[in-house]
Ligand binder design. Structure first.
Ligand SMILES: [Zn+2]
Length: 213
């Protein structure tokens, strides 16, 4: 598979009610329950107006406004430090779901065996292809290189420092490209920047042989 140097998703900003994948909600609920208890989870979901999703988690694509409202409610109801830890955990769990269910095992083995500079653009292309699951009405652009770059314009799930996005990207890259991957979120629309800009540096050793079956 040849990854393009740069790729951009089609903008869907003109489509009202754009959807994202349900995992942003499902994994947030689980992280909240595990880390702060069912009371805190209900408080956040009720504040956002979606308490019913705790009892009946979504199974289909959902309107992007739902996870956006939940992330807003997370910061409204918990101290910044707690909200950050929970959003990060939700992002890590979302990446774990993607690794367990969305990227074939054989592909993961190949990516882990490839040198990081070759594996990175392949993973980037896969992220770009599936970006509609987390950018909704926004636009995703990826650019191969060192660092690899992911940019999201009109990011519907933006939150302080976009810790959820950083956690998703970091875990996927650490698992499949290099365990030494470091993410920098150098521009963020929540800080007044025109878009959200993520840089993934993946220098360092590849996975040890014990990672391979
Ligand atoms: Zn951001």
């Amino acid at each position: 598979m040849q990854a393009p140097e740069e790729a951009r998703t089609e903008s869907r900003a003109d489509r009202p009610g754009a959807c994202v994948g349900p995992n942003a909600v499902i994994q947030l609920a689980d992280a909240l329950r595990d880390m702060h208890g069912t009371g805190a989870a209900r408080q956040v979901f009720e504040c956002a107006g979606f308490a019913e999703l705790l009892d009946q988690p979504p199974t289909q694509m959902i309107n992007e406004r739902i996870p956006a409202a939940l992330f807003t409610a997370l910061w409204q109801n918990l101290p910044d430090e707690s909200a950050t830890r929970i959003a990060k955990a939700a992002g890590q769990r979302t990446a774990d779901y993607i690794l367990a269910n969305r990227i074939p095992r054989a592909v993961q083995i190949i990516l882990r065996r490839l040198p990081a500079p070759i594996a990175a653009p392949i993973l980037l292309a896969a992220i770009n292809k599936n970006a509609w699951t987390f950018v909704g009405s926004g636009t995703c652009r990826t650019s191969a290189g060192q660092p690899a770059v992911i940019e999201i314009s009109d990011n519907p799930l933006a939150m302080p420092d976009c810790v959820w996005h950083q956690a998703v990207f970091e875990r996927l890259f650490r698992e499949l490209v290099s365990p030494a991957t470091v993410v920098r979120h150098s521009m963020c629309c929540t800080r007044g920047d025109p878009l959200c800009h993520f840089e993934l540096s993946f220098s360092g050793p590849k996975h040890s042989n014990r990672d391979f079956p």
